[in-house]
Design a binder for this molecule. Structure first.
Ligand SMILES: *Cc1c(COP(=O)(O)O)cnc(C)c1O
Length: 349
């Protein structure tokens, strides 16, 4: 599973806990009120490696996988025996249908293209209920637009599901409910991870969780119910002693008030460890939490290691619990996952 170009012995690893991943998916399945539970695995499985993610989730019983393009779906299809892979961006101009891949058609143009390219073949349709992103707008939607389509699932998507008190959630739910009642599709789907947490009215016949499977907490209701999946591990390049009054790193964002032992780690913002962690992040050094000091560089991070027994060549874990890391860094949990980059050796445990 080492990505192309990465040296298996490099100084940066990403431990990915597939048992935690499948446990998280199972939690969403158990809270989907009987709906079929799929998984969003776009952006290379939210940055973790779609191949390993799909294989693990299929092993746990997931049969429906959502990615963006047909091309992305085609790469996963061989891994997902007996499963359906959905292309959320529908059928783009010039794109060819591929057997076994179900496009989610997002406009009347895409529907016309599908009718032409794959008459009678299974497709899904997205209606927009207020987000104004993908899908046929709820105002102009008419049941007749779907005539003659071999419709599988009718979808919509929530704009603010992670804001428990936002009234748009219920408004979107009602608009969707109305369309579903008139179309009577074989199946309907509205909820991602956060939508599932909103309860039975949002489950419909299928759910599409993403973030929460990877350990992100999408909604307060899921806090404490999901396990951390991703753990970045970085090698210590150098341990140095910083004299009192000296600065560490670019722009002297940190200055030693006492003499300080500092480990220089082989991880930086090019690895998704963004500058928001400067002076704020934490690193687990021999079971102890130690503070990141100074500014995160492109390839390097500096840590006050106190008296911890750490030396060149040792490995330390960079604290990356997603809700906490998001609060500290100001990055969304989604960006923290998908920004992890290509220099990690991904180790699946
Ligand atoms: C990405 C995506 C999801 C998954 O959303 P999460 O917030 O990651 O759970 C669900 N549905 C659609 C249409 C998506 O694009």
């Amino acid at each position: 599973m080492t990505p192309a170009g990465a040296n298996g012995d490099g100084p940066l690893r990403l431990d990915i806990d597939l048992q935690a991943l499948t446990a998280n998916w199972t939690w969403f399945r158990d809270h989907s009120h009987g709906a079929v539970t799929g998984a969003a695995v776009k952006a290379n499985g939210y940055g973790l490696g779609a191949d390993a993610v799909v294989t693990a989730l299929a092993g746990a019983g997931c049969r429906e996988f959502f990615v963006t393009t047909i091309e992305e779906a085609a790469r996963l299809l061989p891994l997902a025996d007996g499963c359906t892979v959905y292309a959320l961006h529908g059928l783009r101009p010039g794109e060819k249908p591929i057997t076994g891949i179900v496009p989610v058609l997002n406009s009347q143009e895409q529907i016309a293209r599908w009718r032409e390219a794959a008459p009678g073949r299974k497709c899904d349709v997205m209606v927009d209920t207020g987000m104004n992103r993908l899908g046929i707008g709820w105002r102009e939607f008419e049941t007749g637009m779907l005539d003659g389509l071999n419709l599988g699932t009718l979808h919509s998507h929530l704009a603010s599901a992670d804001e428990p008190d936002n009234p748009l959630n219920d408004i979107q739910q009602r608009r969707f409910q109305e369309i579903v009642a008139s179309v009577r599709p074989p199946r309907a789907a509205l909820a991602g991870s956060a939508g599932i947490c909103r309860g039975p009215d949002f489950a419909f016949g299928m759910t599409r969780p993403g973030l929460g499977i990877y350990g992100g907490v999408p909604h307060p209701m899921a806090a404490g119910c999901l396990q951390q999946v991703v753990r970045p591990q970085a090698e210590v390049l150098i341990v140095r002693h910083v004299a009192v009054g000296d600065i560490v790193g670019y722009n002297g964002m940190w200055r030693a008030e006492v003499g300080t032992r500092v480990a220089v780690l082989n991880i930086g913002y090019a690895d998704g460890y963004r500058r928001g962690f400067s002076n704020e992040g934490q690193v687990l050094v021999g079971g102890e939490r130690r503070p990141v000091i100074g500014r995160i560089s492109m390839d390097l991070t500096t840590v006050d290691i106190g008296n911890a027994p750490v030396d060149e060549g040792d490995w330390v874990e960079v604290e990356y619990d997603l809700p906490a890391a998001s609060a500290v860094s100001g990055q969304s949990q989604y960006e923290l996952l998908t920004g992890l980059g290509h220099r990690y050796q991904r180790r699946y445990i």
